[in-house]
Design a protein around this ligand. Structure first.
Ligand code: FAQ
Length: 328
């Protein structure tokens, strides 16, 4: 009979003869909260799910630079500009760690980029909304990075090692992003009447799209059950959304701003906030690529990729020369 032993001395020496046995080793490792590493055997569907999720996550970080980049030249002070620039550079770094993590699963960065440009790969719905005023920079940091952290902290314990390790640093940086956004909102909320109105307007526009970031409701989420069994996802979409509402409402109250949801109320029995109905038709339309600025976002990415091809060509030519010299 075939048995799986997970002591560090023995499990590395299991020679599994067929996929059923390999799968048993894989399942046992996942159940034991051990990381699956790039050279470990894994089911094809696990690999595919990870490539899908990690590449979408990477694309989100990269496309997510655009709405904020839009405000770099219009930041109201040198201090705000330096903070925003640092944040955008961090997001770029996150994208690169995540592309690298996905590459360990056997897909190339070029293939992932092509999938994004051809509309085959998704990125977060949130980045298909326009940034209309400076207050949107505060709202994105507070709400979008706030939502991202809640989703990403559990991903530090996701079952695939390279993804989990990438998330450790990403979470530290996202935490700074959330705080700078909240601080920026605080300054606006305590500023002139016009500034307070700008902050409220930004909250009004970003609140519902932020709730949608967590994905469809659990009973309409085709990937959740399997991803949670594989411990890729550690919490469900609805559980994280609820957590976000519960931590964010008191933050809005501290700012003196109103969450744009007349149905929002504390529920003593559940010890959590009840909140109003999310417009899932809007969510699905944005996922389909019909978001307010979806076309502009993709066009900007494709333009950046094409007009900077010479940088990639030069770097590769340099690398080829170096290898030739080494070989000679
Ligand atoms: N947008 O079955 P589920 C950030 C799709 S990072 C677009 O529930 P899953 C940092 C989903 O892909 C933000 N599509 O899917 C930052 C699936 O379609 P598919 C990104 C969405 O994967 C801040 C279908 O709907 N974070 O913001 C969305 O189990 C500021 C059914 O959904 C991550 O990617 C959506 N919101 O759960 C940067 C975190 N939701 O692929 C710059 C990692 C769902 O089968 C500035 N990802 N869909 O064709 C995840 O945790 C998961 O992938 C979920 C979705 C929770 C997003």
């Amino acid at each position: 009979m075939y048995t799986v032993s997970l002591s560090p001395e023995t499990d590395l020496h299991i020679v599994a003869a067929d996929d059923t046995q390999r799968n048993a080793v894989f399942e046992a490792k996942v159940a034991d909260d051990q990381f699956i590493e790039p050279k470990d055997w894994m089911p094809d569907a696990y690999r595919k799910t990870l490539i899908r999720q990690i590449s979408q996550h990477a694309h989100s970080e990269i496309v997510g630079m655009l709405p904020e980049g839009n405000w770099l030249t219009r930041a109201p002070s040198l201090r705000r500009k330096a903070i925003l620039l640092a944040k955008i550079q961090d997001e770029c770094g996150h994208g690169l760690y995540l592309y690298s993590a996905a590459e360990t699963l056997g897909i190339s960065r070029d293939d992932m980029t092509e999938a994004l440009h051809q509309g085959r790969a998704k990125y977060s719905t949130i980045f298909n909304y326009p940034t209309l005023t400076w207050a949107d920079m505060g709202a994105i940091g507070w709400l979008v990075d706030g939502a991202a952290i809640l989703n990403q902290v559990p991903l530090q314990r996701t079952s695939y090692g390279p993804y989990a390790r990438a998330m450790v640093r990403i979470c530290k940086e996202e935490s700074f992003h959330q705080r700078q956004g909240y601080e920026s909102m605080m300054v606006l909320a305590q500023g002139t009447e016009g500034q307070r109105r700008m902050a409220q307007d930004a909250l009004n526009r970003w609140w519902w799209p932020s709730l949608m970031m967590f994905g469809p409701p659990d009973d309409q989420s085709p990937n959740s059950a399997q991803s949670m069994r594989w411990r890729i996802k550690r919490d469900s979409n609805d559980a994280l959304r609820q957590k976000f509402v519960d931590v964010t409402v008191p933050q809005a109250q501290a700012l003196g701003l109103t969450i744009p949801d007349p149905d929002l109320k504390w529920n003593e029995t559940r010890n959590a906030y009840d909140y109003g109905a999310i417009d899932w038709a809007e969510f699905h339309a944005v996922v389909r690529g019909e978001g307010p600025v979806a076309k502009e976002r993709l066009a900007a990415r494709i333009d950046a990729w094409e007009s900077n091809a010479w940088v990639r060509d030069a770097a590769l030519a340099h690398e080829a020369k170096r290898s030739q010299r080494k070989a000679a």
